[in-house]
Design a protein around this ligand. Structure first.
Ligand code: PLP
Length: 394
């Protein structure tokens, strides 16, 4: 066992109030199904994000799936999706027999390139195969260039699904991330900025759509005394116990954003003035929740690769990760189309040089200093690389 306490990438951070709402559910025996905590959690998110409708579900992935059902996806339909993201952004397209086309990032936000998106649309229009939807991801809490993306999608009359799983609490021109497109999706998985241990939320200003999503997420049971079904349904609702955690977690979302941003600032300060070390910029008119602090290491300056750095940290019981591997590079999607930002593939370069640093809101300053010291020791210069290998041998 390592002598140090493990530092995780982004562990759940409870407030202590969760137990209160969970106890209420137990005291009233409202364990299942649904119940008052679910309603209260949905209302809290509506209020926080300033959106008309919200549906609490079992995961962010389920919420993306429901959004795709709402846009009426059918087998063989095309969907455009950010390439630089977690596989859950695209898997629900496959659940419905849809065909994802992946779109590169642009360098300012690391998110969907409007230029590449426009190229994809032009080709699709020529081939008479416009997509049913566009799934835009706000990676690591940074909002994509929504004005440009929405303008293109509006022109082609294609709805936008915002995968805001990582960006609850982030702002785009003073609007909450996830509330600009037709549908928005949040995740409350264990490592997200707030957590219900597992869960998700679908949001939209279209109340009819939320009713339809509620129907589909509850086994699509028709209005009848007996059990009658005319459509395929899902069992996607959130439990009343977990929703209790969610109520307490929403109460602290702004505090969590502040803490995440402080973690980021401490990392950034520690590497100030070092050439070839890049932190993700915050784009104009946006506020990032800084869900995970990422660091890019320019191989022209530093000999150590992200993978080697992740391993070096692991030896000291610190969890770091490479940034998401772009989906167009995944074996699962080897036959899918991909549109580059320019002659250079932006997301691939970011992937080859980037790592996610421990960014837990409960991480102490001393713990973060331990991470920083180790990073600096490993980054020192080319000689250091040799030392890491020697250490491995001993
Ligand atoms: C976490 C995540 C999801 C999936 O959310 P779950 O609640 O784990 O299903 C989807 N997209 C992105 C970008 C994520 O980071």
């Amino acid at each position: 066992m390592n002598r140090h306490k493990r530092i995780y990438l982004s562990p759940p951070h409870m407030t202590g109030r969760e137990q209160h709402y969970i106890s209420q559910a137990f005291d009233s025996n409202w364990i299942a199904p649904l119940g008052p905590n679910v309603d209260a959690f949905e209302n809290a998110i509506k209020k926080y994000a300033n959106v008309e409708g919200a549906l609490a579900v079992s995961s962010g992935t389920a919420a993306i799936h429901l959004a795709l059902r709402l846009v009426g996806i059918e087998p063989g339909d095309h969907v455009f999706c950010s390439s630089f993201t977690f596989v859950a952004s695209a898997n629900p397209i496959l659940y419905e027999g849809g065909i994802p086309t992946f779109i590169d990032s642009e360098p300012e936000t690391w998110n969907m390139s409007p230029e590449a998106l426009l190229e994809a649309f032009k080709d699709a229009a020529k081939e008479n195969k416009l997509p049913k939807a566009v799934v835009v991801v706000h990676l690591y809490g940074q909002s994509a260039k929504m004005d440009d993306i929405l303008a293109i999608c509006d022109y082609y009359k294609v709805p936008v699904i915002e995968d805001a799983a990582e960006s609850l609490g982030s702002l785009y021109k003073n609007k909450q991330s996830g509330t600009l497109g037709a549908y928005g999706v949040y995740s409350f998985n264990g490592n997200k900025i707030i957590s219900t241990s597992g869960g998700g939320m679908l949001v939209t200003n279209d109340l009819k759509a939320i009713d339809q999503a509620r129907f589909l997420a509850t086994q699509a049971r028709d209005k009848a005394l007996h059990y009658q079904h005319s459509q395929i349904g899902h069992n996607y609702r959130m439990s009343n116990i977990l929703a209790g955690m969610g109520i307490a977690q929403v109460e602290v979302i702004n505090e969590r954003v502040k803490q995440k941003r402080e973690v980021f600032t401490r990392y950034k300060e520690a590497f100030k003035g070092m050439e070839g070390i890049l932190f993700k910029p915050e784009a104009k008119d946006t506020v990032s929740n800084r869900w995970l602090t990422t660091m890019n290491i320019d191989p022209e300056y530093w000999a150590i690769s992200p993978e080697e750095l992740v391993r070096a940290l692991e030896e000291e019981n610190i969890e770091a990760r490479p940034v998401w591997k772009p989906l167009h590079l995944q074996p699962l999607f080897q036959n899918n189309r991909f549109y580059k930002h320019s002659s250079e593939c932006v997301c691939e370069k970011l992937y080859r040089t980037g790592i996610c640093l421990p960014s837990g809101t409960s991480m102490s300053e001393e713990e973060q200093q331990r991470v920083i010291t180790l990073l600096l020791a490993n980054l020192d210069e080319k000689v250091t690389k040799t030392l890491v290998h020697v250490k491995g041998v001993i």
